[in-house]
Structures are given as structure tokens and as C-alpha cells.
Design a protein around this ligand. Structure first.
Ligand code: PEP
Ligand code: MG
Length: 585
């Protein structure tokens, strides 16, 4: 390309969400609601309108069947069954008859008639008490959207069916979108919205997909096909990158690769500090598909198994058998290492139904243990599956979003009732199974002594703890700059929780994203956390640091940093400690 026709290079700055560099063509993925046209048909057009409808149904059927085959191959038959439900919705004769009768009486275009009837069904099912029927709303919405896209002439933009080697540009990305991503095809993603600890971003990090979020208006400035360079280390996106910039990034990538090789050299070494303190380094996983990486990185087990992924991939509530299969598979991969299975943390940005998504303040709403304690069927089914999986390995149970002692007591009562049920059925499980509580709500952080009465261990969820402590929604890009792990309030709270747990002799780990950040890992260990649980992709770097660090120095670092009130100065000091420890590589 000559200089005259080279396009102008444009740089956008956002939030570094998932490390890595990607270079490729943009693919705009817009999820805005469909604009369904409405117009009167010309005389005699009814038959051709019905023909158009039949054709769209056929096309939609083929698409759903293709997705079903793909899911059956990659995730298994049980997961693929959701698409049988989609096919049934698509061909539901009552709904189709109503659409045709609407067409004949109103003489409006077919997509308008179809949308009207589909919306009526959605409203009806949404109003049902029965959870199973409510769940059908998502099926109808999904099928209706796909069929309407086909009729309106736009292909449903589906992340699971993406063209190879693209960088997704989107307003936002949900955890379900990330679950659909094909890590072999997708180069990276960037979004207008989002913060560093949204679940989509956490998943991208563990899938090693580079990402930049919080760009505000990337979707207005970028078109599909634009050449993009994304830098997930520093949160930079370059549209039409120049040759010299590509060269610079080429060098950065090869330097990073060399660093990764250095970090990886310690994978099979023990996880202990230079002065001999052993440190538990565990993996965070979303499901069995991530265990290979955890095993390869030689983690000391799984410190956080987020079970929501299973529910999201299943597009509903998986049966006890399906859950058991998944949990047992993770436990088997872990060998004799512990696996901490966290009970369902649905809600917040992880919603199964669209009506749940409409909840105001969903992060402070009907989420996690709150949902489970009011949906005992779902909770008990999960506890049965976890307990049964405990028969074949070292399993622990952990409850998310505990805000007070009564909640923890209630959850444990339900657990005891499920144990009794299993005993009466002669089903094997670990009678001495340990139970832990997440400390991720400020009220829980203030009552460690009370939680210790009912829990065998604690795990600090810094992602939520920071958002609630600072009143900063972890998804909102407009307040993302206030999400500050180095804020004195966060550091004092973390220190208080860890001090209290150590005073009471109850193990305390950290499983939020701070644990996988090399500058905070040493601080958390200096405070006295007994183990860290992090994305397997970050394990080598954190282990490398631990092996070069003296625990006595990390303790001194804590004393020093607790005296610094400015978060920027704290980060500078922590970065200095990291570099002094590993050397300026
Ligand atoms: C946390 O809040 O830090 C945590 C580990 O849980 P999640 O990110 O799944 O909310
Ligand atoms: Mg949390």
C-alpha cells in the first residue's frame, strides 16, 4: 500500500481486559432489538407471504439442526437437546396456525404477524409461576429472533458460527456469548461497555482470548472489515494500524512469548516461596473443558469451580445426572487434589431468562444463594449431584454471596437434608465434606468470626467485594475508573478478613481476579492468605513470582503499603516490589 492511499490510523483507549495482542478484520456484532417492519399487503399477496414464511421456517430449521450437530459434537448429546426444544417451538402448530390466522384477518406482512403472536406467547409464559415453563420464554425468544432475522433478510449474528479469524466488535458481550465463542477461530474482542471483572471478560482471560473493554463508542467508529490491532495488555485498539506499529507489536509479541517461556519453566517446580513457605496455587474453572489446562499447569486443585457455565451452556437447568457427570469429570481430572465446587451463582450478569435480566440492580438482587434458597428444587438437585461426585474424590462445597450467618445456616440445613436423602437411598458421598463461604459482600467481611462457626474455610471474592465496597458496578464502563483494588478501604477490608480468619484458625484463600494479578498476589500472601485460586493461564507467572519472593519481604510490603493512602502510589509500590522480586525482564 502506498502512503497516499494508506488509511488514517486511529487509536482508541479502553480497559485492558484480557492479555494478548490480536491483528485482523473487525466483525461488528450488534445485538440491538430487531426493527420488525409493519405494512399492509397488496391484494392477492397472502399466498406468496405464506410461501415466504414456509421458506424462512425451513431455513431456520436447517440452521438450528446445524447448531445442534455442532453442540452435540463439541459438548455432548445432553447439551444438544436444548435445540430439540427449539425445533419444537419453531414448528409448534398452535403458534403457526395463529400466525396464519392473524395474517388473514389483518392483511399485515408476515414478520409483523409472527412477531405479534410470538410476543403474546412470551408474555404468557413469563407470567407463569412454574420455573420450567418460565424457562421456555428463552427458547421462544431465541427461535423468534432467528426466524425474524431470516425473514427480514439479516443473518442472525451468532458468535458460535463466526467466520474465521475475526475480532468481534460489540456493544457488550454476555457470559453466554463467551460460552459460544470458538477460541480457535476468534482472534479477540472489544466492547463499548464492560469492566475488568465482568464474567465474559473472566472467561476470555481463561480462554486466552485478548480483549479490550470499556471503549464507549467503538461500535460507532468501526465497521465490519476494518483492519484492527488490539492490545489486551494496555487496553489499546488501533484502527488501520501503520506498518511501523505492526512491527512494534510484532516485537512485543515475541518478547511476551519469551517471557511466557521463562514463566512456564517453573510449572513442575513446587509452589513455595524462596524462604520455604508452601503456597496453594489453585485453578478457577468454568467446567470440565478447562481441566486440561489446570492439570497441565500443575495447579494444586480447583479453588473455584463456577458452576453457572454449565447452566448457561445448557440454556436452563441441567438434570442431576448431567450435573453429576460434569462434576465427576472435573473431580476425576483433579486426581487427589481438592475441587471446590461453588453452588449456583446465577443472576447479576449471568442470567438464564430474559425476565431475570430485567431486574433492577441485578448484582444486588435475586442472585446466587438468595436464588437457591428460594428455589430449593434447583438447589437440592445441585447439592445431590455435588455430594455424589464427592464419593470419588476430594470435593468441597462453597456458597456464593453469603451476606449473613442465617443464610449460611439455612444453606447448611438444606445440605444436611440432602445428605439424609442420599443416605436413605444408599448413595455414596463424603460424609466429612467441607463447606466454605465466599466473602464477597462487605457484611460478610465484617463477621468472619460468625461465619467461622458454620464454615470450614473461607474464600474472598474480590471481584464482588470491591464492587459492593466501592458501590461500583463491575460492568459499568462509566464508573470503571472507580473500581480500585488498591483503594485503602479494599486493602483494609482484605487485611481484616485474613487477620480474623488466621486468628480463628480457619483457612482463607482469595479466588477473585486480584489473586491472578502478579502485583496483588504477593500482597495477599503477605497478608496471610493460605492459597490463591486463579485462571490457569496466569498460574505460571504467579508461581514464578512466588518462587522468587520471600514471605518475610511480602509481610514487610504489607506493613509499608497499609500506610500509603493513595491508590496510584500503592500500585507503583507493588509494581516496584514485583520488579525487584523477579528482576526487570
Ligand atoms: C468474586 O466475586 O470475586 C468471585 C470470584 O466470584 P464471581 O467473579 O464469579 O462473582
Ligand atoms: Mg462473586
Amino acid at each position: 500500500m502506498t502512503e497516499e492511499n494508506a488509511k488514517e490510523e486511529i487509536i482508541l483507549e479502553g480497559i485492558a481486559a484480557s492479555p494478548g495482542v490480536a491483528h485482523g478484520a473487525a466483525l461488528l456484532y450488534l445485538q440491538k432489538e430487531l426493527d420488525v417492519p409493519c405494512y399492509d399487503l397488496q391484494e392477492g399477496a397472502i399466498d406468496s407471504e405464506i410461501e415466504r414464511f414456509d421458506q424462512a421456517i425451513l431455513e431456520t430449521r436447517e440452521q438450528i439442526s446445524a447448531v445442534r450437530r455442532k453442540v452435540a459434537d463439541s459438548l455432548g448429546e445432553a447439551e444438544a437437546r436444548i435445540f430439540d426444544a427449539h425445533l419444537m417451538v419453531l414448528e409448534d402448530s398452535a403458534l403457526l396456525d395463529e400466525v396464519i390466522s392473524e395474517l388473514r384477518t389483518t392483511n399485515k406482512n408476515i414478520e409483523f404477524c409472527y412477531n405479534k403472536i410470538a410476543q403474546r406467547y412470551i408474555a404468557f409464559f413469563s407470567s407463569m409461576e412454574d420455573e420450567y415453563l418460565k424457562e421456555r420464554v428463552a427458547d421462544i425468544q431465541d427461535v423468534a429472533r432467528r426466524l425474524l432475522h431470516n425473514m427480514i433478510g439479516m443473518q442472525k449474528s451468532n458468535l458460535g458460527e463466526l467466520a474465521a479469524h475475526s475480532i468481534i466488535v460489540s456493544e457488550d458481550i454476555t457470559p453466554s456469548d463467551t460460552a459460544d465463542m470458538d477460541r480457535n477461530k476468534l482472534l479477540g474482542f472489544i466492547t463499548d461497555a464492560g469492566g475488568q471483572t465482568s464474567h465474559a471478560v473472566i472467561m476470555a482471560r481463561s480462554m486466552r482470548i485478548p480483549a479490550v473493554v470499556g471503549l464507549h463508542d467503538a461500535t460507532n467508529r468501526i465497521e465490519s472489515g476494518d483492519e484492527l490491532l488490539i492490545d489486551g495488555y494496555d487496553g489499546i485498539v488501533v484502527i488501520n494500524p501503520s506498518e511501523s506499529r505492526l512491527f512494534k507489536y510484532g516485537k512485543l509479541v515475541s518478547e511476551r512469548r519469551k517471557l511466557d517461556e521463562i514463566y512456564s519453566s517453573v510449572i513442575s517446580e513446587p509452589s513455595e516461596t524462596l524462604d520455604g513457605t508452601p503456597i496453594g496455587l489453585m485453578g478457577n474453572v468454568d467446567g470440565a473443558q478447562e481441566m486440561q489446562q489446570v492439570v497441565e499447569m500443575q495447579a494444586n486443585g480447583v479453588g473455584l469451580f463456577r458452576t453457572e457455565g454449565l447452566f448457561l451452556r445448557h440454556h436452563g437447568y441441567p438434570s442431576e445426572a448431567a450435573q453429576y457427570q460434569e462434576y465427576a469429570s472435573v473431580v476425576q481430572s483433579a486426581g487427589d487434589q481438592p475441587v471446590i465446587i461453588r453452588t449456583l451463582d446465577i443472576g447479576g450478569d449471568k442470567t438464564l431468562t430474559h425476565d431475570a435480566a430485567q431486574e433492577d440492580n441485578s448484582f444486588m438482587g435475586f442472585r446466587a444463594i438468595r436464588f437457591c434458597l428460594e428455589n430449593l428444587d434447583i438447589f437440592k438437585t445441585q447439592l445431590r449431584a455435588i455430594l455424589r461426585a464427592s464419593a470419588s474424590g476430594n470435593v468441597k462445597i462453597m456458597y456464593p454471596m453469603i451476606s449473613g450467618l442465617p443464610e449460611l445456616q439455612r444453606a447448611n440445613q438444606v445440605l444436611e437434608s440432602v445428605k439424609a436423602e442420599l443416605r436413605s437411598e444408599n448413595q455414596a458421598f463424603d460424609e466429612a465434606i467441607e463447606v466454605g463461604a465466599m466473602v464477597e459482600i462487605p457484611s460478610a467481611a465484617a463477621i468472619v468470626d460468625l461465619l467461622a462457626q458454620e464454615a470450614d474455610f473461607l474464600s474472598i471474592g474480590t471481584n464482588d467485594l470491591i464492587q459492593y465496597l466501592m458501590a461500583v458496578d463491575r460492568l459499568n464502563d462509566r464508573v470503571a475508573h472507580l473500581y480500585e483494588p488498591a483503594h485503602p478501604a479494599v486493602l483494609r477490608t482484605l487485611k481484616h478478613v485474613i487477620d480474623e480468619a488466621n486468628r480463628l484458625n480457619i483457612p482463607v484463600s482469595v479466588c477473585g481476579e486480584m489473586a491472578g494479578d502478579p502485583i496483588y498476589a504477593s500482597l495477599l500472601l503477605g497478608m496471610g492468605a493460605s492459597s490463591l485460586s486463579l485462571a490457569a493461564s496466569m498460574l505460571p507467572e504467579v508461581k514464578y513470582l512466588i518462587r522468587k519472593m520471600k514471605i518475610t519481604d511480602a509481610r514487610a510490603l504489607v506493613d509499608e503499603v497499609m500506610q500509603i493512602n493513595d491508590p496510584v502510589a500503592v500500585v507503583r509500590r507493588l509494581e516496584g516490589f514485583r520488579i525487584d522480586t523477579i528482576g526487570d525482564m
